[in-house]
Design a protein around this ligand. Sequence first.
Ligand code: APR
Length: 231
Amino acid sequence: MYKKTVVLTGAGVSAESGLSTFRDNNGLWDNHRVEDVATPEAFDRNPELVHQFYNQRRAALSTVVPNTAHMALAKVENRSESFLLVTQNVDDLHHRAGSENLLHMHGELLKKRCVQCHEISSQQSDLTLESICGHCERVGTLRPHIVWFGEMPLYMDEIMLALMQCDLFVSIGTSGTVYPAAGFVEIANQSGAHTVELNLEPSDQNSQFQQSIHGPASQVVPKFFESIELI
Ligand code: APR
């Protein structure tokens, strides 16, 4: 029986909804260079290219729906005294599935940020250099509310506290290649938590997990959470 659960998800949890992962065959990093579209320097150098990359990914959200893994996570949230879902994903599928105790540590496609006044606000349509900040009314100061390589992930204090207090840590659909998320399992192990990897194949961190179940998230996630007792 587990009282304090932390779940980490990556792109693999949204793969069966039809969104590309990053490092699988034909993944996003097969078709784009990180240096061109996912760093602050890239945005300074060629903001139009960066806007185009995120505009395409934002538009794709209207063509996909949450899958049974997203739905299972939303359902299990209310079965546990303390449940935190940390996602590396910037899609809105966990939210649309009904998850509420949800932290997007790498930001969200459906939000923008003004580099001048730092206002964070909703963004449903394309962002361009002509977009105007609704708060400070400047033109051309808006960027996707996405954490780029070299930038600090969001909510780290809250996440670290939850990891140090959890007794169950489940990692779903992530290759375990990008820190700090790739290091979460080690913190959970040190906290004495039971650590589980649910992934299509063994991740880079697989040896750190006490339990691994490999298969498609839409199958292994609902099955796993039906098999454990949360209080
Ligand atoms: N079910 C379960 N796991 C799957 C599925 C599936 N249907 N399809 C793919 N996977 C697994 C892959 O085996 C892989 O281990 O999901 C993982 C996806 O890994 P990545 O593409 O590296 O995505 P992720 O781990 O989320 O990347 C982390 O890297 O580029 C940055 O900011 C970006 O948040 C991202 C971070």
